[in-house]
Design a protein around this ligand. Structure first.
Ligand SMILES: [Zn+2]
Length: 133
């Protein structure tokens, strides 16, 4: 990672921590489910943005969709939400499949849809990885 990349990453981390603290404070003040839901959603979206920036900046173009593998995953047969919908696709069917950072599904990358607990496992291609030196 170059010095510039390190500085950008550090800046992103500082912004992230500050935003997370603000969102936590907001959630405590407002109390109730809605504020917590918004805070969780915004934090998750921030995580997605940081993951995408970090991975693409070093040449990672693809990721494997990973779910929490429990009954709360949307689309899980016999689970809490066996069908996907327009706002939240069928994430159960995406488990283990490869996606590109520059071509997200209709509801976004893992962790973007509200209450999504999925995450992107980076696909490491040595030929495409940029040197960290
Ligand atoms: Zn999900």
């Amino acid at each position: 990672m170059s010095e510039m990349q390190s500085l950008r990453f550090l800046r992103d981390v500082v912004l992230y921590i500050g935003l997370k603290a603000l969102l936590t404070e907001y959630a405590v003040r407002r109390e109730g489910m809605r504020a917590r839901l918004i805070a969780r959603d915004q934090t998750s979206k921030m995580n997605v943005a940081i993951n995408m920036a970090r991975q693409t900046s070093i040449g990672i173009e693809e990721y494997i969709w990973r779910t929490a593998k429990d009954r709360r995953v949307v689309g899980t047969p016999g689970g809490l939400w066996p069908e996907g919908n327009a706002m939240h696709g069928n994430h159960y069917k995406r488990e283990g499949k490869t996606y590109r950072w520059d071509n997200p599904p209709h509801d976004g990358h893992p962790g973007w849809p509200i209450n999504c607990r999925c995450y992107p496992e980076p696909v490491l291609d040595p030929d495409k990885l940029r040197s960290a030196a």
